[in-house]
Design a protein around this ligand. Structure first.
Ligand code: AQP
Length: 332
């Protein structure tokens, strides 16, 4: 079976709609037909403002519960926490030494995330994060990596690093492919459709899957659209409206063309009502299931321990192989 790996950061109080539609929904689907590894990447969650330690622990449990509520099944995938495996930073170091400074400087996410306070004020971890992400993927010899459009550049770096290592030291890593769904690969911020929806923006433009139905409805109704009244899928000219069509299509399992037809001739209000309803219909049972899972943290910890054990079996082999190829003296 081909192997799949992906990760999500335990940043914010909950996953947002874009995380689910752009990535996690595909993770759930790929449990069938793939040897699946999914990781809560907590090492990445301290690259911006590090959260309070207790908050980070709690967020890690929340994301884990949400992944299970979304449909991950610990019997059909390895679900684990990145910091439980020292293999991640171990491989990351070797890859850092193969990455050019200029190459790392070209990562647009670093530029975006450091834009506010300036690159000089950022921790080095934010700069090297894509290299740790490359290690996350290459450790598991993943064939496919289901991600949103925003991660495409990081995946390209991962591929380059795998090829560079293989060329220098001999075949070691599988060179992974990005798996990016079509319709919902980039869910936009409802208030600023020039930006992607993001946990860390945390304003009215982001729908958290933990939001109450009333809050979800309000956020959708206030979504920025345009001054026309024609329902038409046109991401260039009508990004806000096209985003709503994409969200509706994703939740009702239809195409944007079908949604466009269904709402043709109706006002934006009717579409917004339908989108709000579709999101709430998903989010309400999802939130209830998440709460149930969070009521039993010991069980969540057991699931993560099992996942880490499965992950370690693969990651340990990869690090041992890579370290031997680099020429580190093996421990006896
Ligand atoms: N708006 C989005 N549309 C589609 N996919 C998205 N993803 C994130 N935002 C969107 C995908 O979700 C997966 C997990 O993302 P992450 O939590 O690891 O990091 P991120 O991409 O930085 O997500 P956020 O929500 O924007 O978090 P913060 O604000 O903390 O940086 C990834 O596969 C990503 O592509």
């Amino acid at each position: 079976q081909p192997r799949v790996l992906s990760g999500i950061q335990p940043t914010g109080e909950s996953m947002q709609l874009g995380n689910y539609l752009g990535a996690v929904r595909n993770w759930v689907a790929m449990q069938d037909g793939y040897d699946a590894y999914y990781c809560v990447v907590d090492l990445h969650a301290i690259t911006l403002e590090p959260p309070e330690p207790e908050a980070l622990r709690q967020r890690t449990r929340i994301v884990t519960a949400q992944l299970l509520a979304a449909g991950l099944d610990p019997d059909r995938c390895a679900l684990f926490v990145q910091s439980h495996l020292p293999e991640h930073p171990q491989l990351s170091w070797v890859l850092e030494c193969l990455t050019g400074f200029g190459e790392a400087s070209r990562m647009t996410q670093f530029k975006d995330k450091s834009a506010k306070s300036g690159a000089d004020r950022q921790g080095v971890g934010l700069f090297t994060y894509p290299i740790l992400q490359a290690a996350d993927i290459l450790l598991y010899q993943a064939d496919q990596v289901p991600i949103g459009e925003d991660q495409r550049q990081h995946l390209e770096l991962t591929r380059n690093l795998a090829q560079r290592f293989n060329a220098k030291y001999g075949d070691t890593f599988v060179v992974p492919e990005a798996f990016i769904g079509k319709a919902a690969a980039k869910i936009l911020d409802l208030q600023d459709p020039s930006a992607k929806m993001s946990k860390s923006r945390a304003e009215n433009g982001t729908i958290f899957l933990s939001d109450d139905p009333g809050v979800i409805t309000k956020k959708v109704k206030r979504a920025v659209t345009d001054t026309e009244s024609e329902i038409r899928f046109d991401p260039e000219a009508k990004p806000g409206l096209s985003n709503l069509l994409a969200i509706h299509a994703a939740f009702t399992d239809t195409s944007v063309e079908a949604v466009e037809k269904e709402f043709a001739g109706q006002g934006y209000g009717a579409l917004k009502n339908a989108v709000a309803e579709a999101v709430v219909a998903f989010a309400q049972p999802f939130a209830a299931r998440t709460r149930e899972l969070l009521d039993d943290p010991a069980e969540l910890d057991r699931i993560l321990a099992r996942g880490a054990e499965r992950a370690r079996a693969v990651a340990g082999r990869t690090v041992a192989d890579a370290y031997a190829k680099v020429g580190f003296l093996p421990p006896v």
